[in-house]
Design a protein around this ligand. Structure first.
Ligand SMILES: *[C@@H]1O[C@H](CO)[C@@H](O)[C@H](O)[C@H]1NC(C)=O
Ligand SMILES: *[C@@H]1O[C@H](CO)[C@@H](O)[C@H](O)[C@H]1NC(C)=O
Ligand SMILES: *[C@@H]1O[C@H](CO)[C@@H](O)[C@H](O)[C@H]1NC(C)=O
Ligand SMILES: *[C@@H]1O[C@H](CO)[C@@H](O)[C@H](O)[C@H]1NC(C)=O
Length: 528
């Protein structure tokens, strides 16, 4: 890694991801013309949309989970999660674009089709063969990663045997579908803006299993060097626990600090911009046991000598919703979160939930139904309660906020004392992403989601777990602050983007995890 001072020197001359685009507008004679053109395009687009149906994705206004026309005054949506996910991966050699989230498909950057002769072959500055782990930064265009936990594992650069995969997985760009790909669609990623908005308007609390931890690591690279990771795993002696929270703090040496209007009470060394908490099941094990006994007494009524037990021996990390919602609501300087992103399903297997395990031996048992369909039934029941409880907490906190301000004789406002617009707290449920079979033999994205053959774990039915949340949260008015984000499709098309050791975890830098950050940032700043 380059020393940070040198990096910051480079930063001042280097433009961020959308520099090319800004340059384009700067050169235009009159910005007004551009503005007018944009406006009329928008009007035309709106008129056109009522009848529009995307031939590829099948997207139309009617398929959106929240329409622009529904709910007057919320004329906001420019790139819905469904449209975002309805795109495709485009071959774009890593050296023809400045980073994993840059948009080249509507600019005149070098376009190479897969299989084309690469005119850059002879250029010695373009790295073709990976020989050391550090080379991954050449391919991913990350300046580094702030998190230090399992560093090269997260980048899939920890095994010499698989160096020959690179630069392969870093050569693809996600082109979203629907209106997202228009200039006024998906917001261009700009890490400096993201950092500023996290500090001023509130940051993210990521709650989920090890795949969410992958997401956290990727974000620590996307925002590097403006953030620093905590804990510093390089300095740890002894074991660490996966239940520990991990944080990203603002880097006090970052040159963008002077442009940030920090909320009062914000402490550079203790107020996180982003936090990850390992929570595999969204409920604690004991809560699940209690609810199971209450909802399914039939499992416990039996006169059989061995009692029913919901869980087996498999380890898991999970805490009660109350505990992570308390973190979400921590006031400054301890907390400054506006968005909580949760995802679960991966650990909802009949190995962990051993009581639901169905095999040849207990196939003909005469007790209540077990197996995956029954487990999903239970999942539906407890996630329905989860959505109620979480929305309830958000509603209560919001009304407390208002009445507190009224008691103080202040008009309730979404601005803090530093004048920043505070973001409304939202909880986003990111659709879970299953793994791919035989992933290390796959060296490029696929165009369609591939069917499963071997039925590993619960991968083939992850979609059913996702449907549960989709259905539970389909009526926005019932859970206005808890929103389902079906943005799993880009990842489902990337069997080539897994870690070196397994086919579930996703490497940082291939565009999958980065795409989640990109879309979620767009969503909370543009769609709601
Ligand atoms: C791409 O290049 C062509 C020809 O040089 C030009 O007419 C067009 O405006 C360019 N498009 C963009 C988006 O820069
Ligand atoms: C790798 O990336 C660096 C910085 O972007 C660049 O200077 C260098 O020429 C690249 N190529 C090789 C072969 O290291
Ligand atoms: C680099 O990798 C390519 C493709 O895998 C291979 O054909 C070539 O021989 C390698 N070159 C060197 C110098 O190892
Ligand atoms: C900020 O947090 C650090 C670490 O918790 C603490 O030592 C310091 O006193 C705090 N600064 C202020 C101004 O509260």
């Amino acid at each position: 890694m380059a020393p940070q001072t040198a990096l910051f020197d480079r930063l001042s001359t280097r433009t961020s991801g959308n520099g090319r685009l800004r340059g384009l507008f700067g050169r235009t004679r009159s910005r007004k013309i551009v503005l007018l053109a944009c406006l009329s395009t928008a009007v035309l687009l709106l008129l056109y949309l009522g009848t529009y149906r995307d031939p590829l994705s099948g997207w139309s206004l009617g398929t959106m989970s929240f329409g622009i026309l529904r709910g007057a005054g919320r004329l906001r949506s420019v790139c819905s999660p469904e449209e975002y996910a309805a795109g495709n991966w485009l071959y774009r050699p890593y050296h023809t674009r400045p980073g994993p989230l840059t948009k080249t498909y509507d600019t005149n950057s070098t376009i190479l089709e897969e299989g084309d002769d690469d005119p850059f072959t002879e250029n010695p500055a373009i790295l073709r063969n990976m020989t050391k782990s550090q080379d991954i930064f050449n391919f991913t265009r990350f300046d580094g990663c702030a998190s230090s936990r399992e560093y090269f594992w997260h980048l899939a650069a920890d095994s010499h045997k698989q160096f020959d995969r690179f630069p392969g997985p870093t050569e693809w760009e996600w082109v979203p579908g629907g209106r997202c790909k228009s200039p006024s669609g998906l917001r261009d990623w700009n890490r400096e803006d993201v950092v500023k908005e996290f500090a001023e308007g509130g940051g993210w609390l990521l709650v989920g299993d090890s795949v969410t931890e992958n997401h956290f690591f990727s974000l620590s690279c996307l925002l590097y060097p403006h953030v620093i990771g905590f804990p510093d795993y390089n300095k740890l002696t002894g074991m660490y626990d996966r239940s520990w929270a991990q944080h990203l703090y603002l880097n006090p040496d970052s040159p963008i600090l002077k442009d940030i209007n920090l909320p009062s009470g914000f402490n550079l060394s203790s107020t996180p911009l982003v936090t990850f908490r390992r929570v595999d099941l969204l409920w604690s094990k004991s809560e699940l046991e209690t609810m199971h006994k209450e909802l399914h007494p039939e499992f416990y009524d039996t006169t059989s000598s061995e009692g029913f037990s919901l869980f087996g021996e498999e380890r898991t990390w999970s805490i009660p919703p109350k505990e992570y919602l308390d973190i979400f609501y921590k006031p400054l300087p301890e907390g400054n979160y506006a968005t909580m992103v949760v995802s679960t399903a991966g650990h909802w297997t009949t190995n962990l939930f051993r009581g639901y395990h169905l095999d040849e031996k207990n196939k003909k048992h005469d007790g209540p139904p077990i197996g995956y369909d029954a487990l999903i039934g239970f999942y539906n029941e407890v996630m329905s309660r989860w959505a109620e409880d979480v929305q309830h907490r958000l509603t209560i906190e919001k009304s407390n906020d208002v009445s507190h301000a009224q008691r103080l004789g202040r008009i309730w406002s979404t601005k803090d004392s530093a004048g920043n617009r505070r973001r409304d707290k939202k909880v986003l449920v990111r659709a879970y992403l299953p793994g791919h079979e035989d992933c290390h033999k796959k060296r490029s994205p696929c165009e369609e989601i591939q069917p499963f053959q071997w039925n590993f774990w619960n991968w083939p039915i992850i979609w059913k777990f996702n449907e549960v949340f989709k259905n539970l949260l389909s009526v926005r008015s019932e859970h206005p602050d808890v929103i389902y984000l079906p943005i799993d499709r880009p990842g489902r098309l990337r069997p080539d983007a897994h870690s070196t050791g397994d086919c579930l975890h996703i490497m940082s830098g291939a565009g999958v995890l980065e795409g989640w950050s990109h879309y979620i940032w767009h969503f909370i700043t543009r769609e709601i």
